[in-house]
Design a protein around this ligand. Structure first.
Ligand code: KG4
Ligand code: ZN
Length: 339
């Protein structure tokens, strides 16, 4: 019988709770934290406190939305890392107590593996890739190309050696005076701009690894120089700047992804993580499919940024493999992939 799993995601600044039945999601409720925008980034201490306040009402809201009684739950799942330690502790402590009280098994999930496995959620209109497929995972903390051989068998082919793609968006936005998280705002601004108006540095990194810190520095120095000559430069050019920056980041990602597809001879390509919501990246990936290069898999918007539905689907595969967590399972800020 398919398990009914309650899953908790609390690795960063959103408290999210989902209920799944097999590979279907019955509820996916997220409480966003607004408090961080005024600080220009996530403040870990404030994030943990907000998780404390949000977790009980979010769990209750998810159960209500799914129409599931807590006694019907087969297991409780939580994100064990990577992420902010204090935030992870809130989610894991709640999950452990809940599993103990209900006398049901506990499942622990790797945040980045979950972003990838969101592609296996069964939903009308969402096509699921067959194995093996390649997944570009791009979030605020990670940039990786992963070869996915099976739900519990993933191999990192390349990763960033410095900043993550989401971080590149956020830091460039900050330089332009746009509050955190800057990625979605750059995306919106870019829609009214010319993507080839300005040219920024593309790194020369061997193999399938990425680097974004050079681009950030190049962007900063360029703006400093232009602002000296014209203090209104950013204000006047912000749409073109956003579009040009975005097209550079997308070009860097697409170049490596294309090389990975050739190297591995895999023609199923997925994208996951917060940056997979980016409209320019999505359209570049769709173009590849139109050109016949590969079949593209784009997650639904609700499964792009941090959410507990992805934790629930990852937990489902652990349940199937009978890989349960112990009550003394520790959370890890820098959890290694593929464990
Ligand atoms: O996966 P996620 O929600 O959280 C992490 O695990 O990091 O990713 C958040 C990141 C942030 O850097 C945010 O700016 C970026 O994803 N992001 C975007 C867009 N939506 C979210 N970046 C570019 N375009 C977007 N539309
Ligand atoms: Zn994430």
């Amino acid at each position: 019988m398919d398990p009914i799993i309650l899953a908790i995601e609390s690795s960063c600044d959103d408290t999210s709770v989902a209920i799944s039945h097999g590979r279907r999601i019955l509820a996916n409720v997220t409480a966003n934290q607004q408090i961080h925008a005024e600080f220009g980034g996530v403040v870990p201490e404030l994030a943990s406190r907000a998780h404390q306040q949000n977790i009980v009402p979010t769990v209750e809201a998810a159960l209500k939305r799914a129409g599931i009684d807590r006694q019907a739950l087969s297991a409780i799942a939580f994100t064990s890392g990577p992420g902010l330690l204090g935030s992870l502790l809130v989610g894991s402590s709640f999950a452990k107590s809940f599993a103990l009280a209900l006398e049901v098994p506990l499942l622990e999930v790797h945040h980045m593996e979950a972003h990838i496995l969101a592609h296996l959620i069964e939903k009308e209109g969402q096509k699921n890739p067959d194995f093996p497929f390649l997944c570009l995972t791009v979030s605020g903390g990670h940039t990786q190309i992963v070869r996915v051989n099976g739900p519990l068998d993933m191999q990192i082919l390349g990763a960033t050696i410095d900043d993550a793609a989401g971080e590149a968006f956020d830091k460039a936005a900050k330089i332009m005076g746009i509050p955190y998280p800057g990625g979605p705002k750059i995306d919106l601004l870019a829609r009214g701009g010319e993507p080839h108006k300005y040219h920024f540095t593309k790194p020369k990194i061997e193999g399938l690894d990425f680097s974004f810190s050079g681009l950030k520095t190049n962007f900063l120095y360029f703006l400093q120089k232009e602002m000296k000559a014209d203090p209104h430069f950013i204000e006047r050019e912000k749409a073109h700047l956003a579009a040009s920056l975005q097209s550079t980041i997308v070009a860097i990602l697409m170049e490596k992804l294309t090389a990975a597809s050739h190297q591995e001879q895999i023609k199923r390509v997925a994208v996951a993580g917060g940056v997979s919501a980016n409209s320019a990246l999505r359209s570049a990936l769709r173009d590849k499919e139109k050109q016949g290069a590969w079949e593209t898999f784009l997650p639904d918007f609700e499964f792009c940024t941090d959410n507990a539905a992805m934790i629930a689907i990852a937990a489902y595969y652990r349940w199937q493999a009978q890989r349960f967590a112990r009550l003394d399972q520790a959370v890890e800020a820098r959890k290694t992939f593929g464990g």
